[in-house]
Write a protein that binds this ligand. Structure first.
Ligand SMILES: *[C@@H]1O[C@H](CO)[C@@H](O)[C@H](O)[C@H]1NC(C)=O
Ligand SMILES: *[C@@H]1O[C@H](CO)[C@@H](O)[C@H](O)[C@H]1NC(C)=O
Ligand SMILES: *[C@@H]1O[C@H](CO)[C@@H](O)[C@H](O)[C@H]1NC(C)=O
Ligand SMILES: *[C@@H]1O[C@H](CO)[C@@H](O)[C@H](O)[C@H]1NC(C)=O
Ligand SMILES: *[C@@H]1O[C@H](CO)[C@@H](O)[C@H](O)[C@H]1NC(C)=O
Ligand SMILES: *[C@@H]1O[C@H](CO)[C@@H](O)[C@H](O)[C@H]1NC(C)=O
Ligand SMILES: *[C@@H]1O[C@H](CO)[C@@H](O)[C@H](O)[C@H]1NC(C)=O
Ligand SMILES: *[C@@H]1O[C@H](CO)[C@@H](O)[C@H](O)[C@H]1NC(C)=O
Ligand SMILES: *[C@@H]1O[C@H](CO)[C@@H](O)[C@H](O)[C@H]1NC(C)=O
Ligand SMILES: *[C@@H]1O[C@H](CO)[C@@H](O)[C@H](O)[C@H]1NC(C)=O
Ligand SMILES: *[C@@H]1O[C@H](CO)[C@@H](O)[C@H](O)[C@H]1NC(C)=O
Length: 533
């Protein structure tokens, strides 16, 4: 207290400008943090001072002495209030103040009276700041929705501060429209899904300290979008009994809730829909719906329309029971299918599309081909091909036309020499093959039933008119053709008349002729005798 009273005369001296080569203090203002310590630095170099004193001018209190030092007496008096809280360096006149409290804020005055009696006064303002703790980020929205939401992040911390925002490791830059920074708030308007994945940090700072918030990220809900639906197999027409799988996916956060609609009615909540053993009732429209409960948004995929079709099987051609005879038989070939419905029927004959004509017609439903009268050229392999959207089935029928015999001719020599072989053939078209019979001068030749007639050695009795009779065993129709054969020149051996016999006959004839001639002469003589009557 006594020392304190020195102050007035010291001030008085100062007013006289005895000192005033500047403040002995380094700073005019300094900061401290509650609980921490601060040292008021001086520019003083050790000198012989009479007195050194530190005092405090708080906001609420009046001026309070802290300590007075009498260097010559090697004596320092510390005010009771500051005992244990201050450390004084007698060499530099620096004062350290520990365990700072908010109330320590204020003006600190260093007053030095030099050995020469001049006075040095320095003043420094101490700001006692709160420590930076509990730096946190909070969001105005827990579940923001992309584009729809404006997210305001607020940084909170204990202390007195300025704020900085960091996105990952890069400071957040405000662009004035999408991202705005104001005080402790970071505002992201029409937030995008990637905006707050940083992670975002808030750094709260005061003049002495800074504190960083824990990493903060915010999931921005979005979607569903880009819905993709696929069908396997991709065909619009599927065979009855086969399987089909539909898959669906969409981009969404949180993941989209998927559902399958069949003709507008929900049938599944799975991402994939598999239908096994397809039936007709499975035909229809399939659509996938994706929805996001957070964004309250749903979208539908394109529609997949399938038709389940029974495959064709058991195609058959009704074949006529009676044999077909050219020029006579009418016939209908009818194509039927045991299972499935055909959309198209095609007829082929010998691999080529069946040509229709006045004689060969197709019914309007294409199932029946009608032949008014079959002809031999109608013979062949007929194929009926049935088609629908899932398969093709076919049947074939081989048509046999019975005809003939027609246009038979007999080939062979017109004359053969005695004892030469005879060979004759009867040629004529016929289905089934004809049977043959041969006649000579209208009498049937025994055992001549082939199309060829042969005799090893011709004799005179083989001459005459031959007739070949061809007969179709199925139709019973016959056709005959004649052929004249002469046997010329006499041979030496004949089972009927030997050469000697022939010579005998010739001689006999000559003798007879002479006798007849003689008799004729005698009769003439008798006739010349006059009659007695
Ligand atoms: C001043 O006093 C302290 C103890 O109070 C002593 O340690 C120191 O040596 C003294 N200094 C001088 C210069 O007498
Ligand atoms: C006083 O300060 C000076 C210079 O910083 C230093 O060398 C000295 O040790 C200090 N004295 C005490 C008692 O702390
Ligand atoms: C953070 O960085 C990402 C990636 O560079 C960016 O897409 C996003 O918009 C940024 N967010 C903010 C709030 O700046
Ligand atoms: C974002 O936060 C969630 C939990 O809140 C965490 O699972 C995820 O790993 C974080 N992501 C990043 C990039 O920090
Ligand atoms: C259809 O699915 C069933 C059951 O999964 C399976 O046994 C069958 O082989 C599948 N059929 C085809 C044609 O893939
Ligand atoms: C399927 O969709 C088509 C066109 O999109 C529509 O014409 C048809 O009536 C739908 N079928 C059913 C069974 O809903
Ligand atoms: C759906 O099917 C796709 C393709 O076959 C497959 O990759 C995916 O894992 C399936 N999803 C589910 C949920 O079974
Ligand atoms: C086709 O029909 C005929 C009778 O017209 C029948 O005899 C035959 O067995 C059938 N073939 C098949 C494969 O059904
Ligand atoms: C062929 O079909 C037509 C029409 O059905 C019928 O009038 C005709 O008698 C049938 N002919 C034969 C040989 O079945
Ligand atoms: C006709 O042929 C039969 C059997 O081949 C035979 O028994 C018969 O004697 C033959 N007749 C004549 C006249 O050759
Ligand atoms: C068949 O008739 C011809 C002429 O009419 C005759 O020359 C021939 O001898 C006769 N053949 C037989 C074996 O009767």
């Amino acid at each position: 207290m006594d020392l304190y009273n020195f102050r007035l005369p010291l001030l008085f001296l100062a007013a006289f400008g005895c000192c005033c080569d500047g403040s002995p203090l380094l700073d005019e203002e300094t900061n401290g943090v509650i609980g921490k310590h601060v040292t008021f630095k001086t520019t003083v170099i050790s000198m012989n001072f009479l007195t050194v004193s530190w005092s405090f001018d708080g906001a609420v209190t009046t001026t309070l002495p802290i300590l007075t030092n009498l260097p010559l007496a090697n004596k320092t008096n510390i005010d009771d209030r500051y005992k244990n809280r201050v450390t004084y360096n007698a060499t530099t006149c620096e004062l350290e103040l520990r365990n700072l409290v908010k109330e320590d804020s204020g003006e600190y005055v260093l007053t030095i009276v030099t050995g020469e009696g001049s006075q040095l006064i320095g003043k420094v303002i101490l700001n006692v700041l709160e420590p930076v703790t509990d730096v946190k980020i909070s969001s105005n929205l827990p579940d923001p929705v992309e584009i729809h939401s404006t997210v305001v992040l607020t940084c909170s911390a204990k202390g007195s501060f300025t704020y900085k925002w960091v996105n990952g490791s890069i400071p957040v830059v405000a662009d004035g429209t999408h991202i705005m920074l104001m005080g402790k708030e970071l505002t992201v308007s029409k937030v995008w899904r990637t905006d707050l994945r940083g992670p975002i940090f808030c750094i709260a700072e005061n003049a002495l300290e800074s504190g960083k918030s824990p990493a903060f990220n915010l999931t921005v809900s979005y979607g569903p979008e880009n819905i993709v639906m696929s069908q396997t197999p991709v065909a619009p027409f599927l065979k009855e009994g086969s399987n089909v799988t539909f898959t669906c996916s969409a981009i969404s956060d949180p993941p989209a809730q998927l559902q399958w609609m069949f003709n507008g009615v929900e049938v599944s909540k799975q991402a994939n829909l598999t239908i096994t053993k397809l039936e007709g009732i499975n035909s229809g429209n399939y659509t996938c719906l994706a929805s996001n409960a957070n964004t309250k948004h749903s979208i539908a995929s394109q529609v997949s329309t399938i038709s389940v079709v029974e495959p064709l099987s058991g195609t058959n051609i009704s074949s006529p029971s009676e044999p077909l005879i050219a020029g006579i038989s009418p016939v209908n070939l009818t194509c039927t299918v045991a299972a499935g419905k055909a959309d198209r029927v095609d007829w082929f004959k010998d691999g080529k599309p069946l040509a229709t004509s006045a004689r060969v017609t197709l019914s309007s439903d294409m199932r029946t081909s009608s032949f008014v009268k079959v002809e031999k050229e109608d013979a062949g392999v007929y194929k009926c091909q049935m088609k629908n959207n899932v398969n093709t089935d076919e049947a074939s029928y081989t048509m046999v036309i019975n005809y003939g015999p027609a246009d038979a001719i007999v080939t062979g020599k017109k004359a053969v020499k005695f004892e030469e072989p005879i060979e004759m053939s009867c040629l004529g078209e016929s289905v089934p093959p004809s049977t043959y019979a041969w006649k000579l001068n209208d009498s049937t030749i025994v055992n001549a039933t082939r199309e060829k007639y042969t005799v090893e050695k011709a004799s005179l009795k083989d001459a005459g008119t031959y007739t070949c009779v061809a007969r179709n065993p199925l139709t019973g129709l016959t056709f005959s053709k004649t052929h004249k054969l002469e046997v010329t020149e006499l041979g030496t051996v004949d089972s009927g008349l030997s050469g000697g016999a022939i010579a005998g006959i010739v001689i006999g004839v000559l003798v007879a002729a002479i006798i007849i001639a003689c008799c004729f002469c005698c009769r003439k003589k008798q006739t010349d005798v006059p009659s007695p009557y």
